[in-house]
Design a protein around this ligand. Structure first.
Ligand code: SF4
Length: 198
């Protein structure tokens, strides 16, 4: 990631360098590698993202953190309009035995999920009372989501990034960076989460 461009953007977000450093220290406990503050108006949302959820993803209509349980695009637009600053969280993982060992992928998902929520909590305690996480991938806190029955961990329930109609690759381009697509099982792939801050 070309951090230079994003870090220079950080100066306009109003989040202090020392807070970012403290968040990053905590993030690393959960395997996250980098945090980039950015302006929410750089986020691209699009209806086609929801098509990818509806057609081709087996999580659709099976999880509280995925469509159709999550807000529609008009509500997403309204919510994003209520924030000016967000944090992009980045992690990297490899899972060459993905098809044989889905438990390991789930363990990573849960780690990132808990890490993202723990950063949200830190921000809240620092006075950023609007902080709200959009977590990468779907919620895997339970081996099988209780949906449509009541969520078993409602305090940790958050929408995933894609459920918010966010075009992740387009948004990364908008931030002056790119994301590498893993073409082979042995290649690493990136985790992206977002925390809306203020
Ligand atoms: S905590 Fe469990 S029940 Fe709630 S959304 Fe996550 S997987 Fe589903």
């Amino acid at each position: 990631m070309d951090s230079g461009k994003i870090v220079s953007f950080k100066d306009k977000t109003g989040i202090s360098h020392s807070l970012i450093q403290r968040l990053l220290k905590k993030a690393k406990d959960y395997g996250l590698e980098a945090i980039f503050p950015f302006s929410v108006d750089k986020i691209i949302i699009a209806e086609w993202v929801n098509l990818k959820c509806c057609y081709g993803c087996n999580r659709y209509n099976t999880n509280w953190c995925c469509p159709p349980a999550t807000p529609d695009i008009e509500r997403v637009r309204t919510v994003l309009g209520e924030y000016s600053t967000a944090l992009l969280l980045v992690g990297t993982q490899t899972c060459p035995d993905f098809y044989r060992n889905n438990a390991r992928k789930r363990a990573n998902q849960v780690r990132y999920w808990k890490g993202t929520l723990s950063l949200e909590r830190m921000l809240f305690l620092q006075g950023y009372y609007k902080a709200f996480s959009l977590v990468g991938e779907t919620c895997a806190l339970c081996k099988e989501c209780a949906y449509p029955e009541a969520c078993l961990f409602p305090q940790e329930k958050r929408p995933c990034v894609e459920s918010f109609y966010i075009d992740v690759i387009g948004t990364l381009k908008n931030l002056g960076t790119t994301s590498k697509v893993a073409k082979h099982r042995n290649e690493s792939f990136s985790y992206y989460g977002i925390i809306l801050v203020e």
